[in-house]
Design a binder for this molecule. Structure first.
Ligand code: AMP
Length: 397
């Protein structure tokens, strides 16, 4: 029997979870299984896979389960795999830690209340993240829980990197750049010394390119600047999010097109990005295979915006030692990596096309004499949460 750590990421329409076994020694955390319940408020779909990726459970419903029903199903499914282990702790991904939380924390009712104040800053995720913590606090008060924040990694950024050029009274209400995808960046920063010691101590830009995309400048393992700001809609164009936008566009949408906040939120979060520009799909694989000129233009815009932001982040770092690709597109799409690296040639990146095409898992994709290294390093936010959970709890009681 081992101690099991359950890692949960409760979103607006999905619940994702992973179980890790804590073998008790440093880094010896073993992945047991992962599962997800998507479309919880529409037509739910459940699937779970073991550590090798083999499908071990699947189910579909025609009626919504709601979040409570989804949690009940997850609970029921986990009973069997956890029967031979001891559920020792639950680690949660919490999207927003505000200014107060720059490290993982054991949530108490008072801390949950503090985190609830941040719901207006992340209305799509924060309430669901916190609801599960509250349920477990009420029903299993002795079960250790740890909240890990997507904003925490960025909290050490200089004030100038966090500020908008707005009056102080607005900044003091918390309107500032927080940055997200922090668990992904922290994971990559922690494993980087295993691959590239020079980059780990130097100046790196990590490109987290997935359905949500952002980029982060990291110096000596610490976040210096990031493309996401007050919300996760800022920065790069994403699957359905627009990325950075002249604020004047929002005024135009309100004044001239009579759109209210709700309509604008839908537009910039759900209908823009790769989907909006292409009119074809939010999925990069579909776009790469499409002959539609708009699909190709959406890819061109995606790469162009990455290249522009890369220049900005390299400026924040005062140079660049390494460029790292991670997440769904970054880890799997050689053509996108190639186009980004070609656009980054002026920063000293020389791509090795054969290494890029052959890359599976972690791999160096720049030539041996490239002045700036380019890497693919797969991210693992769930493992990051499991490690943080174990580290915070020490030897789990
Ligand atoms: P994520 O949000 O990290 O799961 O990433 C999802 C994105 O990765 C989607 O746009 C997928 O189309 C994209 N993706 C996954 N595999 C590939 C691939 N082999 N080539 C291009 N894009 C991919």
């Amino acid at each position: 029997m081992s101690d099991a750590i359950l890692v949960v990421n409760a979103g607006s329409s999905s619940i994702k979870f992973s179980v890790f076994l804590d073998r008790g020694e440093d880094r010896a955390i073993e992945h047991l299984l992962s599962g997800q319940l998507e479309g919880v408020t529409t037509e739910p779909r459940f699937s779970a896979r073991d550590a090798a990726g083999t499908l071990i459970a699947e189910q579909r419903w025609t009626q919504p389960l709601g979040h409570d029903g989804a949690i009940e199903h997850m609970d029921g499914f986990l009973r069997e795999p956890l029967s031979v282990h001891r559920l020792a702790a639950v680690g949660h991904r919490v999207v927003h830690g505000g200014l107060a939380f720059s490290a993982p924390v054991r949530p108490t009712p008072a801390i949950v209340e503090q985190l609830e104040q941040l719901i207006p800053l992340a209305p799509l995720h924060q309430p669901h993240n916190l609801a599960l913590i509250k349920t477990l606090l009420a029903n299993h008060p002795t079960l250790p829980q740890v909240a890990c924040f997507d904003t925490a990694f960025h909290r050490g950024q200089a004030e100038v990197a966090q500020a908008f050029a707005l009056p102080l009274v607005i900044t003091e209400r918390g309107v500032r750049r927080y940055g997200f995808h922090g668990l992904s960046y922290e994971y990559v920063a922690r494993v980087l010394p295993d691959y590239d010691a020079r980059a780990a101590q130097g100046r790196t830009v990590v490109l987290h390119l997935g359905n949500g995309s952002s980029a982060c400048a990291i110096a000596d393992g610490r976040s210096v600047a990031s493309t996401m700001g007050f919300t996760a809609v800022d920065g790069l164009p994403m699957g359905t999010r627009c990325g950075n936008l002249d604020p004047g566009v929002l005024l135009y949408l309100m004044d001239e097109m009579k759109m209210d906040a709700c309509a604008i939120e839908k537009l910039i979060y759900k209908e823009s990005g790769l989907l909006g520009v292409s009119g074809v799909s939010s999925d990069m694989r579909t776009l790469l295979e499409s002959a539609e000129p708009r699909a190709q233009f959406a890819i061109e815009l995606f790469v162009y915006r990455i290249a522009r932001e890369l220049g900005s982040l390299a400026a924040a770092l005062g140079g660049l030692d390494a460029l790292i690709f991670t997440a769904g597109i970054g880890e799997n799409s050689a053509p996108i990596r190639e186009r980004v690296c070609l656009a980054a040639a002026w920063l000293g990146v020389t791509l090795d096309p054969a290494a890029n095409n052959a890359a599976r898992g972690a791999a160096r994709i720049s030539t041996a004499d490239s002045q700036t290294a380019a890497w693919v390093i797969p991210t693992n936010e769930e493992l990051m949460i499991a490690r943080d959970t174990r580290n915070l709890l020490g030897r789990i009681p």
